[in-house]
Design a protein around this ligand. Structure first.
Ligand SMILES: Nc1ncnc2c1ncn2[C@@H]1O[C@H](COP(=O)(O)OP(=O)(O)OP(=O)(O)O)[C@@H](O)[C@H]1O
Length: 541
């Protein structure tokens, strides 16, 4: 006989048991097939009458779309190639399609060549006709967001937009590929490339945040590799403006740190070739800041920076500017900037002789000069340690350029005198940010004081010349000379106990090294060179 009710609990429904998820991460290489399939096409319900009897109303004629007062909205009427009499679209009359770059949820993107100026662009055309005024307004918002963003080399550039026959067209800078597509093809990205992309993206994100904008959708699919080799943020459809006061506190802080987290995840995915989870235990452990389980194959420097970007608490997370001011990143930035200037100048140089001259200068800057400096160091290594260090005032990383003037990055715009205490400042900042002694990031710094000075792994990955006197007991100090206005780098024989009070602790050697010394004569007229390339670069921009 079965008893029901009373105190007998044997017939109660069992409590659900959550089975823990043991899904392991798969690499992009082993997966093989593309991660994302294009969305299915919307079913065509009926054939619109206008397709049978084309009728061009004023509403269907090409209209420039802009939300800025100062933008040029006369490009359609002024185009010598466009005729309103023809039935062909303005797009067809003025642009030649070269390739279909891809299809997204809302639009298809073509690489086009302008018949007017002969330049290549990416043109995104909405897939479907506007479904009403609300839909039209929503599509236009993307233009408004693009227009808010001032030009930057690490953001895909926007040129113009127009609507015609109820489709929106957006003309932007064309890029070589998206980071997602690149990651599907290349499974063995060297860490030096990952560092380069990280630095590029940090600059792009910093630019956005400085203009009170948060991207809100940073992921490999929305990041592009330009034809200039730079990594660029794109797809600004979800950008939020945070300049309104009531938004400021909430959004700028949390939105910006969300961007940083997404950036960290993107770089982690790129560096490890893993398909990072979007849910489940693995996601939760990444969300809790346990980066090391996925990133064990990476250098400890990259792991440390990623840990700083992926801190679970948004208020503890590095900001873009803070990450950019980490000396390890500053060195990559500086080196990259000089390389970029040479590369862009070479791309732009038209005359044969100018090209030859630039190749020769590149050879001097990247090969001959570091070798000469290395030899000089070897020769002078017989001298007393202090003397030889004082003579070698410029670092290998600066490649003979005695200062960083003209390198207009905000991170480099920090007063050069500040760099003198960069090691202790970075440490102090990280400690202040709550990176206790027990956290991996700070213990890493303590184990590796050279992290602040450009660690061997980074130097190797950036093909920098090795530093002979790379002992952790030496730090480099940059001193601005008031008389000449030319800062130069000196190494000090100081103990680097990485505590935050180091900068303020008077060193017995400080009096000696803080004397003004004439700047070292350079083998190369680097200032002229750098000015020249800066001018070339600013021309380009
Ligand atoms: N400027 C560009 N240069 C090169 N390729 C691009 C550019 N913009 C977009 N693409 C490519 O076009 C495809 C679709 O673009 P996009 O993702 O912007 O469309 P979308 O409709 O906004 O998609 P979604 O909303 O799903 O992100 C992508 O594969 C992307 O790689």
């Amino acid at each position: 006989m079965i008893l029901v009710g009373g105190n007998d609990t044997s017939f109660q429904r069992p409590a659900p048991v959550f089975v823990p998820e043991h899904r392991t991460l798969s690499t992009k290489k082993s997966r093989g097939t593309p991660k994302f399939a294009p969305p299915p096409k919307a079913p065509v319900k009926s054939c619109p009458v206008t397709r049978i009897f084309p009728r061009i109303s004023d509403y269907d004629r090409p209209q420039p779309v802009s939300f800025r007062d100062d933008s040029d909205t006369s490009f359609i009427v002024q185009s010598p190639l466009y005729s309103a009499e023809k039935t062909a679209l303005y797009f067809e009359q003025c642009y030649a399609i070269e390739e279909k770059l891809g299809v997204g949820s809302f639009g298809e993107v073509y690489r086009v060549r302008s018949k007017e100026d002969g330049r290549q662009y990416a043109c995104k055309r909405t897939l479907l006709r506007f479904r009403g005024e609300g839909d039209r307004r929503r599509r236009m918002e993307e233009v408004q967001k693009h227009e808010k963003l001032p030009k930057h080399k690490n953001c895909v550039e926007f040129y113009r937009a127009w609507e015609e026959r109820q489709h929106l067209y957006l003309l932007t800078e064309v890029c070589r590929t998206s980071l997602a597509d690149m990651a599907e093809d290349r499974h063995d990205l060297p860490e030096s490339v990952v560092w380069d992309y990280l630095v590029d993206l940090l600059q792009g994100v910093s630019h956005l945040h400085k203009h009170h904008l948060v991207h809100m959708d940073i992921k490999p699919e929305n990041i592009f590799i330009g034809y200039d080799g730079l990594c660029k943020l794109g797809d600004f459809g979800l950008v939020i403006e945070t300049s309104q006061e009531y938004f400021e506190v909430m959004n700028l802080q949390f939105g910006a740190s969300a961007d940083i987290f997404s950036l960290g995840m993107t770089v982690l995915e790129l560096a490890t070739d893993l398909d990072l989870p979007k849910q489940g235990d693995m996601w939760q452990s990444l969300r809790a800041g346990q980066v090391a389980s996925c990133a064990y194959s990476l250098s400890s420097d990259l792991q440390a920076v990623l840990t700083g970007l992926l801190r679970p608490d948004p208020s503890e997370r590095l900001t873009a500017d803070q990450a950019l001011s980490l000396p390890v990143i500053r060195r990559i930035l500086l080196r990259k900037r000089v390389k970029d200037i040479f590369r862009i100048s070479l791309m732009k140089a038209k005359g044969f002789l100018l090209r030859i001259w630039l190749y020769v200068m590149s050879f001097f800057a990247f090969v001959a000069l570091p070798i000469t400096r290395l030899r000089k160091r070897r020769r002078s290594s017989g001298d007393s340690p202090n003397k030889s260090r004082m003579n070698n005032s410029d670092s290998d990383f600066t490649m003979g350029f005695s200062d960083e003037e003209g390198l207009d990055d905000h991170s480099l715009a920090q007063p050069l005198s500040d760099i003198s205490t960069s090691s202790s400042e970075t440490n102090q900042f990280l400690s202040n940010k709550g990176f206790g002694n027990s956290t991996p990031i700070i213990s890493h710094f303590k184990k590796r004081p050279d992290f602040f000075e450009g660690s061997p792994s980074i130097r190797n990955s950036c093909n920098a010349s090795p530093r002979i006197d790379d002992s952790p007991t030496f730090i480099r100090r940059r001193i601005t000379l008031p008389r000449t206005g030319r800062p130069f780098t000196q190494r000090l024989n100081e103990s680097t106990s990485f505590n935050s009070s180091m900068a303020n602790t008077p060193s017995p050697h400080r009096n000696v090294v803080e004397q003004e010394e004439p700047a070292q004569p350079l083998n190369l007229t680097s200032r002229n060179l750098i000015d020249l390339f800066n001018a070339a670069e600013s021309d380009e921009e």
